[in-house]
Design a binder for this molecule. Structure first.
Ligand SMILES: *[C@@H]1O[C@H](CO)[C@@H](O)[C@H](O)[C@H]1NC(C)=O
Ligand SMILES: *[C@@H]1O[C@H](CO)[C@@H](O)[C@H](O)[C@H]1NC(C)=O
Ligand SMILES: *[C@@H]1O[C@H](CO)[C@@H](O)[C@H](O)[C@H]1NC(C)=O
Length: 387
């Protein structure tokens, strides 16, 4: 679809999905003792886990327009927590922030920032990240560099380059990395977005690439383990079919009653997500058996967010399909030409804490907090980080 290409850098469309890997030390002691067991936390992913890399990269590009077109650099992004745009795709904190705070760690600096101390953590996540290398999409005819800021493979490369500055000697690093928590995720969502939005494939058609997308994720987990990671959280992907973005685009096209499930989500998109997630979960189980001295945790983003859609009032949310920040009104309040932060969409809804969707693609800080809690303490992470 053209709007994506023409929107240049970093639309929320480029953003998307969120998987995380969170890894933690297993023990029976209290949460506080648990928390203090972590020296550091390292995160990988896409816009959902973004905490600043895309802005560092854009501002050092020598092209001032690059930063300007990043909608997350405009109000009302950041309005709830930071009081200003913080290069996060949220009104406040994202899941990785809440987990860091719960573990007594500082908010993770973006790994691309200069002169920062990364010894308590770094966030490699960057907007637009894919599980597959960009070369794979280039071979399919994709040219938009928005998808080429840092694939999963690149992010692990960045992390590998950081390691010597974190822990020095080999022996120190072994101990240090074994006491770090790894959040590995946000991979896969953009791989599908490219195929759906740019290549115009149907959800069914994209499923033929699921094995290689999941495989890229699995290979990434194994690379982390080879580097010394012991505690790794692997999240599933969100229910694409419930996102205002896809709903608004789909409804603008053609649709019939039978395309939607009883809650109002798009069935075929959620089937794709479920297909991906079940394959991922299966592979995670295989890794859990293969690497007995590691603790690999599967975080079920999908089920929790789908539950928020099914029973929004239980979570304190009103219309789960209405973007808090957007334009166009109606059920979805999502307009591709006036996305959050662009002219025409410069104010947030009255109460962001009563909303699931912040900008039509990414969750609000309120939802992110609940997600982080459910990964730390259960029930949506198996095993929970703090178990
Ligand atoms: C600067 O960035 C903008 C937005 O990404 C892009 O449209 C434009 O072509 C770039 N200009 C140059 C000279 O590269
Ligand atoms: C998965 O990755 C492994 C290791 O890189 C490779 O040997 C295998 O062929 C891949 N499988 C698929 C389905 O891509
Ligand atoms: C990405 O590129 C690297 C380096 O060329 C390669 O080793 C790796 O297997 C590629 N990953 C995928 C998923 O194709």
């Amino acid at each position: 679809m053209r709007f994506l290409r023409s929107s240049s850098c970093c639309s929320p469309l480029a953003a998307f999905f969120f998987f995380f890997l969170v890894a933690v030390i297993g023990s029976t002691s209290s949460n506080l003792q648990q928390a203090t067991k972590y020296n550091a936390m390292f995160s990988f992913g896409d816009s959902v886990a973004e905490t600043g890399n895309i802005c560092v990269v854009s501002s050092s590009s020598g092209n001032s327009t690059e930063l300007e077109v990043l909608t997350c650099t405009h109000p009302p992004y950041g309005t709830t927590y930071f009081g200003r745009p913080s290069c996060r795709w949220s009104d406040g904190r994202v899941v990785v922030d809440f987990i860091a705070q719960s573990l007594g760690l500082p908010l993770l600096p973006p790994s691309k920032s200069k002169g920062k101390d990364f010894r308590r953590g770094a966030n490699m996540a960057i907007t637009g990240a894919t599980a597959m290398n960009f070369s794979f999409y280039q071979s399919l005819g994709i040219g938009d560099p928005v998808w080429n800021h840092g694939s999963l493979y690149m992010q692990i490369q960045w992390f590998t380059e950081l390691i010597p500055s974190l822990c020095g000697t080999k022996q120190n690093c072994k101990e240090f990395l074994a006491k770090s928590l790894f959040l590995f995720g946000g991979f896969g969502g953009n791989d599908y977005n490219i195929q759906l939005l740019e290549l115009g494939l149907t959800p069914e058609q994209t499923m033929k690439n699921t094995p290689i997308i999941v495989n890229a994720t699995v290979n990434g987990i194994e690379r982390l383990i080879a580097l010394g990671a012991v505690h790794i959280v692997v999240p599933s992907i969100l229910p694409t079919g419930c996102l205002p973005l896809f709903l608004a685009l789909f409804v603008a096209g053609s649709s019939g009653e039978s395309d939607f499930d009883q809650y109002g989500c798009l069935k075929s998109y959620n089937r794709l997500t479920e297909h991906h997630n079940s394959m991922l979960r299966e592979q995670v189980q295989i890794l859990q058996r293969k690497y007995k001295s590691t603790r690999i945790m599967y975080a079920d983003y999908y089920s929790q967010v789908y539950k928020m859609v099914q029973q929004p009032q239980k979570f304190g949310f009103s219309n789960p399909f209405e973007a808090c920040c957007g334009a166009g009104g109606g059920k979805y309040n999502f307009d591709v030409a006036a996305r959050c932060g662009m002219p025409g969409a410069t104010t947030a809804c009255r109460d962001p804490s009563a909303r699931l969707s912040w900008d039509g693609v990414h969750p609000t800080e309120a939802a992110n907090k609940m997600i982080a809690d459910a990964w730390l303490n259960g029930p949506y992470c198996n095993p929970p980080i703090l178990s």
